[in-house]
Design a protein around this ligand. Structure first.
Ligand SMILES: [Fe+2]
Length: 486
């Protein structure tokens, strides 16, 4: 049934696209669906859009009256949308991790997560591991889809049906077998680079170089300063670059199960941002540097300019309040102000020295992305989720997607309209015309309580979408996805 209820003081329009907890039980239960033809609401699927869109995000935050305490701790579910000459079909499935199945069996949440303590007595908590939520991103390989979560191993899924086949080790995952949700694929060689943060006397940065099948062919382990939180990194020409924000974990209360990982993180601006430049071929350290303190979840892209200077695009936050905001999202009601904006940084790779850092766009944004064929190379356009102008960012989710043009300094915006919320914009190259690309986003409409796929021409974001596809159920707002061409 379509609801036309207005949002109330305790219910935001976007909260219906957040998995329910017992505290925001007004949100609707999430429904999976198997391969289903998707009907066209308006427009037509472009003939050059052939392949699959995959998206990941938390889809369950409550079980048996027990609530996850952070948005990052919801059970991951994957949306797949396959575009063919016959039209579009979609499927939406939870990742069937062993922990998900154990909690389903128990009828309640059992395990802790990033911001959630395990349930039960202190003894129960001490004997329980952390749940692999499999909820952050996806990596599409030729024969499988990987559901990624930075605190553990990937899970492999069927590319069509999204059935889970099990844990994926990729050959040589080191340390505690963590594989971040932000791998970088070189569009020219097909090589895949990624990292995972392990723990010893200090944090240990495990860096991986894989062939195009995903198998790890090279690994390096680098000691870190303390126990930092590292979410993303940069591939820029011949370099892999880590900007390590001044957030540090106190591991002892986490090991003793007295505090969640998130609660044991502290913002320490006095440490500044630490920079680590690696050689992508040897994975050896080229240089180390330091810069002002800031926090980032995500980088847009990186490349080396004709003068040998590394250029990096970042969504930069002044501090770590963003973590508090993301924790509040799980309740369906946010109040913390945390605004990230698009910045560009210039770095001398031989010394690790930051030469300049400039704000490009003073509008709240996240999820920066480029054409996947330009990763690691100069890219004229950055695509982003963005706030609509004039809204209260402490209480709203992103309501627009934008394209920033690095050549002109101008941005073009698709404003999704009142109470409509897009997910991260994903660039899909046209398979018939290399000059053409499509921006795919999944939109929750808070006016009708429905989700749909919207397809925009990448160079005409300010026009109406070229196609809208109805989805059989609400797809909760999530994190990251990918495009896999046929
Ligand atoms: Fe991320």
């Amino acid at each position: 049934m379509v609801s036309t209820a207005q949002p109330t003081q305790t219910q935001t329009a976007w909260s219906k696209a957040i998995p329910p907890t017992s505290t925001n039980a007004i949100a609707q239960p999430i429904k999976e669906f198997g391969l289903t033809p998707l009907s066209v609401i308006s427009g037509a699927i472009p003939p050059g859009l052939r392949g699959s869109l995959y998206r990941n995000g938390p889809a369950r935050l409550e079980r048996g009256g027990y609530d996850a305490q952070h948005w990052f701790d919801g059970d991951g579910a994957i949306l797949g949308v396959h575009f063919s000459d016959g039209g579009a079909t979609g499927a939406y499935r939870f990742v069937q991790t062993a922990d998900y199945q154990a909690e389903a069996q128990a009828g309640r949440l059992l395990y802790g997560g990033y911001g959630t303590m395990p349930s039960g007595s202190l003894w129960d908590r001490l004997t329980k591991g952390t749940k692999n939520a499999a909820n952050t991103s996806v990596l599409a390989l030729s024969d499988k889809l990987l559901a990624l979560w930075e605190g553990g191993q990937p899970h492999a899924l069927d590319l069509q049906t999204l059935e889970t086949s099990g844990i994926e080790s990729l050959g040589q995952l080191g340390g505690e077998k963590r594989y971040s949700a932000h791998p970088k694929r070189d569009p020219q060689t097909g090589e895949i680079f990624n990292f995972g943060v392990g723990y010893g006397k200090t944090g240990i940065l495990h860096v991986y170089r894989s062939d195009k099948t995903g198998q790890i062919r090279q690994h390096n382990a680098i000691a870190l300063d303390g126990f930092p939180l590292i979410h993303d990194f940069v591939l820029a020409g011949p370099y892999l670059i880590f900007f390590i924000p001044p957030v540090r974990l106190n591991p002892f209360p986490v090991l003793l199960k007295l505090q969640s990982y998130s609660d044991a993180l502290t913002w320490k601006p006095e440490l500044g941002t630490q920079i680590l430049v690696l050689d992508r071929d040897t994975l050896a350290v080229v240089s180390r540097g330091e810069a002002d303190p800031w926090y980032q979840w995500h980088f847009g892209n990186g490349y080396v300019d004709p003068n040998g200077v590394v250029v990096v695009d970042i969504v930069r936050y002044p501090d770590f309040q963003t973590n508090q905001y993301l924790q509040e999202v799980a309740t369906g009601k946010t109040h913390t102000i945390a605004q990230g904006t698009l910045w560009q940084l210039r770095l001398q790779p031989e010394s690790g020295k930051v030469l300049a850092m400039t704000e490009l766009l003073d509008r709240g944004c996240e999820f920066p992305a480029v054409n996947p064929q330009e990763v690691g190379q100069a890219s004229r356009f950055t695509y982003l989720s963005a706030h609509r102008p004039g809204i209260d960012i402490s209480q709203e989710m992103f309501g627009a997607i934008a394209r920033f043009d690095h050549q002109t300094g101008q941005s073009m915006t698709a404003d999704l309209g009142d109470r409509c919320y897009p997910t991260e914009p994903i660039y899909a190259p046209d398979c018939e015309n290399s000059d053409q690309g499509w921006i795919l986003t999944v939109v929750f409409d808070g006016k009708t309580d429905r989700s749909e796929v919207q397809i925009f021409a990448s160079d005409r974001l300010n026009d109406a979408p070229v196609c809208r596809l109805a989805l059989p159920s609400i797809i909760p707002l999530g994190f990251h996805g990918t495009w896999k061409p046929n």
